[in-house]
Design a protein around this ligand. Structure first.
Ligand SMILES: Cc1ncc(COP(=O)(O)O)c(C=O)c1O
Length: 389
């Protein structure tokens, strides 16, 4: 057996967090009291009514067999009803909704349906790494679209060269955004839909953080609420962050019927769907009382105010988010993102993520999460305020 890795794996960029992981291990081995603000994984539990539905449905033998490929009709209807009530978007559950094993799965598989070797895919920089990796795995070419602070971390569509726009097959977007926490306005989505129609480009919108926001006035839009968006767009919605269900693997894709069908065709060939008891729990989440989501927002709002308010008062250039549980802190002068993250770990025992891990345009920032109790965030602020930077 040669055991030689396939070219597609050997071509992956080097793992940028190795140095941070090493420093983290070193600090832990010395018994350091680490405050881990590195990982975007809610520390809050899944609401009890959703857990109870999993327990009930898990005991029902009817759910023990292979699920249907597209996902249960009831879950697709619940997803469509959610889009109708949340954004006034009408979706046909039979043709325009597809259940996913978490949105990462759908995002990674989507290019297999629409990207041929050599096709060009526009990917945000910084951005969730799966957009680029999914493209590379099927031989597509990645064209990075910079997200800059001066543009509110939105892509400047006018700056995309005409030749690139002509060649592009897909553009990935993600608002509310990881790692910048930026949100998109409906008018940006309108412009994007018009641009995509003009250049015949598929818009793949990752809306994983749609419901993690702090004030009703800032509730993020869906691109699908733009008239005509379903001609060009598919959106990925995840239950992971809305209901603290990251471990459950429950999400769906929705929008243009041909795009949904293509992704479904890939999935039919590589997986066998989501455990039906988890799908029942997802129905309970989407169709049940949304009070648990309102409570989650309050918790994150308090945490945001503690962390961002505290860091700003301590003199840091911190970007206060209106959505997501991320915040970017600008690196002090003369330090790179990686150096700042290493010093946070070494001197303050705080784990943050150098935003360069999401692309070169992340240089100048470290991403901190709100996935820790307010008291720990307050402690993190005190420790950072004491650093001699
Ligand atoms: C921007 C973004 N999209 C998608 C995902 C994947 O979420 P899931 O696979 O849990 O639905 C994540 C996870 O962190 C993310 O940050």
């Amino acid at each position: 057996m040669s055991g030689r890795l396939a070219q597609r794996l050997r071509e992956l960029p080097p793992y940028l967090f190795a140095r941070i992981d090493e420093l983290k291990r070193e600090a832990l081995s010395k018994g350091a009291d680490l405050i881990d603000l590195g990982v975007g994984d809610p520390d809050l539990p899944t609401p009890p009514h959703i857990v109870a539905e999993l327990q009930r449905a898990g005991a029902d033998a009817r759910h023990h067999r292979y699920p249907s490929y597209q996902g249960m009709a009831e879950l697709r209807s619940a997803a469509a009803a959610y889009y109708a009530s949340r954004w006034g978007v009408t979706l046909d559950p039979a043709r325009e909704v597809l259940v996913l094993i978490g949105s990462k799965e759908g995002i990674a598989h989507f290019p297999l349906a629409f990207v041929d070797p050599g096709d060009l895919v526009l990917v945000p920089d910084p951005g969730y790494p799966v957009y680029a990796v999914g493209t590379q795995f099927c031989g597509g070419r990645v064209h990075l679209v910079p997200l800059l602070r001066e543009n509110g971390f939105l892509p400047d569509l006018g700056a995309i060269p005409a030749a690139v726009a002509r060649e592009a097959k897909v553009i990935w977007i993600n608002y509310p955004n990881n790692p910048t926490a930026a949100t998109a306005t409906l008018s940006f989505y309108r412009d994007l839909v018009a641009w995509a129609r003009e250049h015949d480009v598929i818009v793949a919108s990752d809306n994983a953080y749609a419901d993690v926001y702090f004030d009703e006035k800032d509730a993020p839009p869906s691109i699908l609420s733009v008239p005509g968006a379903t001609d060009v767009a598919i959106e990925f919605y995840s239950l992971s962050k809305t209901y603290n269900m990251t471990g459950w693997r429950a999400a769906f894709a929705c929008g243009n019927a041909d795009l949904v069908r293509g992704l479904g065709q890939v999935k039919t060939n590589v997986d066998s769907g989501v455990f039906e008891a988890v799908q029942r729990a997802a129905i309970a989440a989407l169709s049940g009382d949304q009070g648990c989501v309102a409570k989650m927002r309050e918790v994150y709002r308090e945490r945001r105010d503690v962390l961002c308010g505290g860091l700003a008062r301590a003199g840091f250039d911190v970007l206060t988010p209106s959505a997501t549980f991320y915040t970017l802190v600008a690196t002090p002068p003369k330090l790179s993102s990686m150096e700042f993250a290493a010093r946070l770990l070494g001197e303050a025992h705080i784990v943050g993520t150098p935003a360069t891990g999401f692309g070169a345009c992340g240089e100048g920032y470290v991403r901190l999460t709100l996935c820790a109790p307010a008291a720990r965030l307050s402690e993190a602020v005190e420790r950072m305020a004491r650093m001699k930077l």
